[in-house]
Design a protein around this ligand. Structure first.
Ligand SMILES: Nc1ncnc2c1ncn2[C@@H]1O[C@H](COP(=O)(O)OP(=O)(O)O)[C@@H](O)[C@H]1O
Ligand SMILES: [Mg+2]
Length: 168
């Protein structure tokens, strides 16, 4: 069974009728709003959790991950893992792993990076995370995009994916 979610409406709009699992969208107007959305998602999708972030360079994947980790209770300064590939962070309930697959083609499996998937009790946040879909039958996919190329605004679509029998 995949882990459950909590009801939380603030800032998230339910997209009706897309699937039996949830799909939500939000349109944060600036980086601070995106960060706050990340923190809200941490509350909505409590651990254990694998979160796969996608979207072009500079769209805000790291910003959202920073908010998510802060929402979990991580106290460290969270930086982009683009160069180190994996940043482990302790939070009050365990470990969180912030991963960036951008420089890895093809992407190695999680165990090669010493990242626990399944996530045990923790959280795994993966920027450029699509290649890890195959390892995570239970996951949250967060897709970020620019509604208009010049604007500050972003579109964030959140999908909860739970393949039957996942993590069982
Ligand atoms: N609405 C917005 N949402 C998120 N980031 C924004 C927004 N407007 C401007 N920004 C800026 O865009 C940049 C996003 O960078 P980052 O989070 O590192 O992206 P990525 O990890 O996707 O490459 C930050 O400098 C942030 O301040
Ligand atoms: Mg990034």
């Amino acid at each position: 069974m995949c882990p459950g979610t909590r009801r939380r409406r603030g800032g998230l709009t339910t997209l009706a009728g897309v699937s039996s699992k949830g799909v939500w969208s939000a349109a944060p107007r600036d980086a601070a709003a995106l960060w706050t959305l990340g923190a809200a998602l941490a509350e909505k999708f409590p651990p254990p959790r694998v979160v796969l972030l996608s979207g072009p360079l500079g769209v805000g994947k790291t910003t959202l991950a920073q908010g998510w980790l802060s929402g979990l209770g991580v106290q460290d300064r969270v930086k982009s893992p683009t160069f180190d590939l994996v940043h482990p962070h302790a939070w009050p309930g365990g470990m969180a792993y912030h991963v960036d697959l951008y420089r890895l083609t093809p992407a190695p499996p999680p165990e090669e990076l010493d990242v626990p998937v399944p996530p045990k009790g923790g959280v795994v946040l993966v920027e450029w995370g699509e290649p890890w879909r195959r390892y995570a039958p239970c996951r949250v996919e967060v897709e970020l995009s620019w509604p208009s190329p010049e604007g500050e605004g972003r579109l964030v679509v959140v999908r909860e994916v739970g393949v039957e029998g996942g993590w069982s």
